[in-house]
Ligand binder design. Structure first.
Ligand code: ADE
Length: 220
């Protein structure tokens, strides 16, 4: 899978993609992530990517031309172009699953009051939001989307990692413990030390369900 990111702040991405599972996935050749500076597709010496809104109003608006030119260079027949914005459809695990099957994903990160509407109308396939809150830009959302997708690409997670995380989906994870058995008087539940796998499984299912009912009843 190939992922291209269009951003005004390319340096923001260096940390998260150079560590851990996403780095391993790139090293294994399972995903290729390229970060592009939108200013590379501007024509003036000041590398202008935004302008004041027609009709007045506060803030700046991301211009259509650099986005158009960037996509002209990057987009192929099987690309999906996604704009990160708080107004998009909500990013959920099922969307991540769908995206993880794509050959080529292009993510556009905005950073101003808004986008020229012609970007929405003519240049993208979908608008995506990571939740009902407003961030300063689409960079952190892009990182979240990529992190979620990458671990779903076959071969990225070791078998063990994958089953641990997915076992009770769509329920929340059951409580886990590791050594020591007791810390400041806080004890590991007896059942987990019993060696009785049936009982352990039953306990985990109960805990998982109870936690989901308490914290995320909407999932049930
Ligand atoms: N840009 C700013 N806020 C955002 C959000 N919640 N999701 C996606 N992109 C954004």
């Amino acid at each position: 899978m190939k992922i291209d990111i269009l951003t005004l702040f390319p340096k923001m991405f260096t940390g998260p993609f150079a560590e851990s599972i996403v780095k391993r996935a790139q090293d294994k050749g399972l995903v290729e992530i390229k970060i592009h500076d939108l200013r590379d597709w501007t024509k003036d010496t000041r590398k202008t990517v935004d302008g004041r809104p027609y009709g007045g109003g506060v803030g700046m608006v991301l211009s259509v031309e650099p986005v158009y030119l960037a996509l002209k260079d990057l987009k192929k027949k099987d690309s999906k172009v996604v704009l990160l914005t708080p107004q998009g459809k909500t990013f959920k695990q099922n969307v991540a699953k769908e995206y993880s099957n794509l050959k080529h994903l292009i993510l556009i990160c905005g950073h101003y009051e808004g986008f020229d509407e012609r970007i929405r109308e003519h240049l993208i396939d979908e608008e995506l939001s990571i939740g009902d809150y407003v961030l300063t830009g689409g960079e952190l959302p892009a990182m979240i989307v990529i992190d979620t997708i990458v671990r779903l690409i076959p071969g990225v997670l070791e078998k063990e990692e994958a089953t641990v995380f997915e076992s009770f989906s769509p329920y929340l994870e059951y409580p886990q413990y590791t050594r020591p058995e007791e810390f400041k008087g806080w004890k590991v539940p007896e059942v987990l030390k019993s060696g009785n796998h049936k009982e352990i499984e039953k306990w985990r299912k109960e805990k998982s369900l109870a936690k989901t009912k308490r914290i995320r009843p909407d999932l049930i």
